[in-house]
Design a protein. Structure first.
Length: 66
């Protein structure tokens, strides 16, 4: 999942002080498998776009990777 992000995107996400982003990153760290079809994953990646950390077009690209 993490490898779906560009280096710049990941740096922006990791530098974010947004508590929702921090919660998403914690979930990613402790979850052994990221289900791209799970609503919380879809919402989380979508939130990264809303927060301006990734481009809107990247949401579908990231969610379509396996």
């Amino acid at each position: 999942f993490i490898l779906s992000f560009t280096a710049a995107e990941l740096a922006a996400v990791r530098a974010s002080l947004d508590p929702v982003v921090a919660q998403l990153m914690l979930a990613v760290q402790v979850t052994p498998f990221i289900d791209m079809n799970r609503q919380s994953t879809i919402n989380g990646v979508g939130y990264l776009a809303v927060a301006g950390l990734i481009a809107e077009a990247r949401v579908a690209e990231i969610l379509s990777t396996e």
